[in-house]
Design a protein around this ligand. Structure first.
Ligand code: NAP
Length: 302
């Protein structure tokens, strides 16, 4: 039987409807969620990404600010803008679009964002919260992958998950989220000698490599769930993932398509983190002592 498609577009729609309802409640309380997006330079793909993020904010009723700067914008000027947004009560999330021009130290910029507004979850403190299993903002792409797995009704407890890729933004946080959901996790990377040896034992495979056909049908255990994070181009220039979708669909129980799988979920989880940030601030304002108001539950943990 061919694998069931895990439809990221459909799941995003459902989640965004819920986010919009939460935003409306916050707005009624005089506390509209706000996201600031900063882009430096003229990379066309990055401009498309930020436009999509700002558009998505409008669709769920957020206030959003898009700050565009020329490629020669100084590092100090950028840090000053972040400091101002950190203090701005109308802004609950700050996102600086990567990559930044070479003269700007991106780690310095990420660390300048207040942890309470780090809705990308990229800072060292946010990463530490994830490692320590504390509430905090989870990086949007792996957080979205967890929601996709969750949408199948699959219980990760005691299952074997193999993550291919160990970047700070996708692979590593993905592995930690799966671990928190009580999976047994293997992380593979470019120095892993026999990738198929590991993937064939996996109940869940998450491919986050950036190389097409990294996961083929012979590398997948029958009935496994396969999540494809990769974004590549095939010979015809068409968008494709890391997984041989047609072949793997004959073996897996569930698979995400590219496009229409992980991609739409990334922006959705950015919106989710932002609404949660706004709820957290309102919760604190309303001073509910002893209650972790608006704190973000650890995804996947019962
Ligand atoms: P990255 O920083 O380049 O990391 C790629 C990872 O893949 C590295 O850990 C690398 O290992 C590993 N790798 C490379 N070749 C391998 C091989 N032959 N076998 C096993 N592992 C291998 O990329 P990323 O930022 O994590 O992104 C990964 C992919 O996801 C890209 O295609 C990116 O465009 C896509 N992406 C999609 C979304 C979305 O919203 N859909 C969001 C983020 C990223 P080493 O560490 O040893 O080098």
């Amino acid at each position: 039987m061919p694998a069931q498609l895990i439809d990221g577009v459909q799941l995003s729609k459902q989640l965004r409807a819920d986010i919009a309802a939460r935003a409306a409640t916050l707005t009624q309380a005089g506390h509209q969620p706000g996201l600031a997006v900063i882009i430096v330079g003229d990379d066309p793909a990055s401009h498309v990404y930020v436009r999509n993020k700002v558009k998505a904010c409008g669709e769920v009723g957020f206030h959003s600010v898009l700050e565009k700067y020329e490629a020669d914008f100084s590092e100090q000027a950028l840090l000053d803008r972040i400091a101002a947004l950190n203090e701005d009560p109308a802004i609950h999330g700050i996102l600086v679009q990567m990559p930044l021009p070479k003269h700007i130290d991106s780690s310095k910029v990420i660390e300048a964002i207040a942890t309470a507004k780090d809705v990308d979850g990229y800072s060292v403190l946010s990463a530490g919260e994830l490692v320590a299993n504390l509430p905090g903002f989870r990086p949007c792409t792996p957080y979205g992958c967890m929601k996709l797995i969750e949408s199948t009704g699959y219980d990760l407890r005691g299952k074997h998950a193999v993550v291919i890729g160990r970047s700070n933004t996708v692979g590593k946080p993905m592995a930690l989220l799966l671990l928190q959901a009580n999976a047994t996790v293997t992380i593979c990377h470019s120095a892993t000698p026999d990738l198929g040896y590991h993937t064939r034992q996996a109940d869940v495979i998450v491919a986050a490599v950036g190389r097409r056909n990294t996961v083929t049908a012979d590398m997948v255990k029958p009935g496994a769930i396969v999540i494809d994070v990769g974004m590549n181009r095939d010979d015809a220039g068409k968008l494709c993932g890391d997984v041989d979708f047609a072949g793997v669909s004959d073996v897996a129980s569930h698979v995400t398509p590219v496009p229409g799988g992980v991609g739409p979920m990334t922006i959705t989880m950015l919106l989710m983190n932002t609404v949660e940030s706004a709820e957290r601030v309102l919760g604190k304002k309303q001073e509910r002592p002893g209650q972790a108001a608006g704190m973000i539950p650890t995804p996947g943990v019962a």
